[in-house]
Write a protein that binds this ligand. Sequence first.
Ligand code: 13P
Length: 253
Amino acid sequence: MPQYLVANWKMNGSAEFANRWLADLGRKSGSDRQVIVCAPAIVLGNPAVVAQAQNAGIALGGQDCHAESYGAYTGWISAPMLAELGATAVIVGHSERRQYAGERDGDVAAKARAAHAAGLTAIVCVGESLDERQAGRAETLVEQQVRASLPDSTTVNNTLLAYEPIWAIGTGQVAEPADVAAMHDHLARVCSDLGLPGLPLLYGGSVKPNNAGDLLALGHVDGALVGGASLDATSFAAIIDAAPKGQASGVCA
Ligand code: 13P
C-alpha cells in the first residue's frame, strides 16, 4: 500500500497561494506515495490550480460535503459539485465539523455515502477528546465512531480512515507513538471485523517534519492527515519525504 499524505488547509489559502505552494512543493506523488490536498472550494474551482496539481500527480479534495446531491441547503457544497471541480476526495467528520457544526456519526456516514456515490474517496475522521483518553475510554469510543461513521458503501478502495485525537489537533501536542500504534492496531482489527481488512489508516494531529518519520514508520499507519504544517510547502515536503517507501497505486490517483 502507498503512504497517503493528506494536507488539510482548513479555512486557509487562495488560488494564488495554491499556485505558489504547488510550485514550491514540486513533484512528490509517486506509485509509493499519494499526495492529496484538501483545500477550500475557491481553490478547487481554479482551473490553473487543478491543471498544476494534475501535472504534479497531486489529488485535490474538499473538506466537507452535504449528504444530498442538491437542494435548498444554503451555503453547503455537495459531493457531485466537488467532483465537478476536479476533486477526487473529501474529508468527512473532521472533529472541527463535529464540534462546531454538531455533526454526529450518522451524519458523517451519510456524507461518506454521498462521497462514494459521487466517485470520491471519503477521508473519514474519528478521534477522542482528552477527557475520554484520560478516562481510559479512547479505544472504545473511537471504535464506536468507526462502526457508526463508515457507511455500508465503504470499501478499501474508496475510503481512508483518519485517526485524529482531538487534543492533538493544532496544539503541538502530538500523541505518543506507542499510543498511536496501539490505536491503529485496534483500528486494524475493527476494520477486519467490519470486512474491511487493509483499509488505509491515517494519523493526524500535530504532525510535523520532526515527528513524521517516527509516526509513519509505525505498523498500520498508512499515512498522515496534516493541518498546520501543510500550509508551508517546505514543511509538507519534508513530511512527505519522511514517509517510508510503500508500494502499489493509491485509491484516488
Ligand atoms: P494539525 O496538523 O494542525 O494539528 O491539524 C490536524 C488536522 O486537523 C488535520 O485534519
